[in-house]
Design a protein around this ligand. Sequence first.
Ligand SMILES: Cc1cc2nc3c(=O)[nH]c(=O)nc-3n(C[C@H](O)[C@H](O)[C@H](O)COP(=O)(O)OP(=O)(O)OC[C@H]3O[C@@H](n4cnc5c(N)ncnc54)[C@H](O)[C@@H]3O)c2cc1C
Length: 386
Amino acid sequence: MALEASKRIKTKFGEVVHLEDFTLESDEGKQFNVKSSSNVFVNRKLLPIKIWSDQYEFERHIRKIIGKEVEDEKVNGNIHYCDVLIVGGGPAGLTAGLYCARAKRRTILLEGQSLGGQIRTTHRIENYPGFVEGSAVKLIENMERQATDFGLKIDIFKKVYRIDLGPPFKRVYAADDIYECNAVILACGLKRNELGLERESAFGGKGVSYCGVCDANLFKGKQVAVVGGGDSAMEDAIYLSRFAAHVFVVHIFDELQANKSLQDVALQNQKITFLWKHKVEEINGNSALSRITLRDLTSGSRKEFNLEGLFIAIGACPHNDFYKDKLSVDDQGYVLVNSEMETSVPGVFAAGDMRVTPLRQVSTAVGDGAIAAISAEKYLAKLESE
Ligand SMILES: Cc1cc2nc3c(=O)[nH]c(=O)nc-3n(C[C@H](O)[C@H](O)[C@H](O)COP(=O)(O)OP(=O)(O)OC[C@H]3O[C@@H](n4cnc5c(N)ncnc54)[C@H](O)[C@@H]3O)c2cc1C
């Protein structure tokens, strides 16, 4: 039995609650969060309550007794309460969920689609340390099982469309439901831009890729093309040139938009050839990509081009519709965080591909998720001790 002589907590509505002889009843009590106290004072006033089973019910009860009840918004669905609410079920969100749940924080993760994030769209993952099986599906299944075993609650197909960042508490809106919490971890990732061609998604993982660092190793000795002229296109082309037999860069303009030093390295690389003012119009093949059709934007002519890999690097967009006006973001909409993954709003953390970061990979996303969770835990502990 854990016994503390007294404990002061601050509810999310600001009342200072003083508990005397605060105790966790028993192991069973711990499990179900049943607590009691011989005396409960709110703002120095003794209250006629001794036991409660749930912190949120307890805080609501206190509000009722002291006549400060906050009107609940009218909702069609339910209001859920938790310590930490995570948005996004990719590697960053699942890792944050694992850490928060393991720290015994009531944690809910909302995912707008099915779990897994971007790696759902790839078959193999070869560069996540220690995971030699290579199946991206398996990796996600393992992450999910490990996190839910520790108590993470996951709601899939729950797309968040609004977030209110308090104080005193934070509210996250998804479908008809509202999630009320003290800390939010955003791990919403990004969407890589597509060309919008007819068979593009059918060839995803079968020759068409959106990530040079991820897939270059699969194209050793093969002929590949990179579409785009910005920083990520040049980084992909340079990286791919170490693996592929030859790299063609297909760009709709007659000059690059990448930074000058990347341009210099790419333009001097003997294994990279630039197809200026060209556009990919078709992608073809049987079971895998084998050729593309290019249009020469100067002459208007079309020509077929044989290759086995097409890397599309025409930008990406973080999923930021619901938070971009509430947090500091850079000029491309990526969230700015410090080394603790804290955003510009206290109690809101961001992790993974959606933040400003030099590398967007599974290994960096899980690292961010772990840091965000530990920072959220410190934030909650501080709230409770104030
Ligand atoms: C084709 C491809 C292959 C890749 N291969 C590799 C590889 O081999 N190795 C490697 O290390 N990396 C690879 N990557 C990169 C890697 O997938 C990402 O770096 C990683 O998934 C980022 O994780 P994340 O959790 O930050 O974001 P994401 O994986 O993007 O996950 C974010 C999740 O948030 C959800 N979400 C977004 N908005 C909302 C909302 N409003 N409400 C609820 N949910 C929301 C999304 O549906 C998504 O599931 C690859 C990427 C792609 C596209």
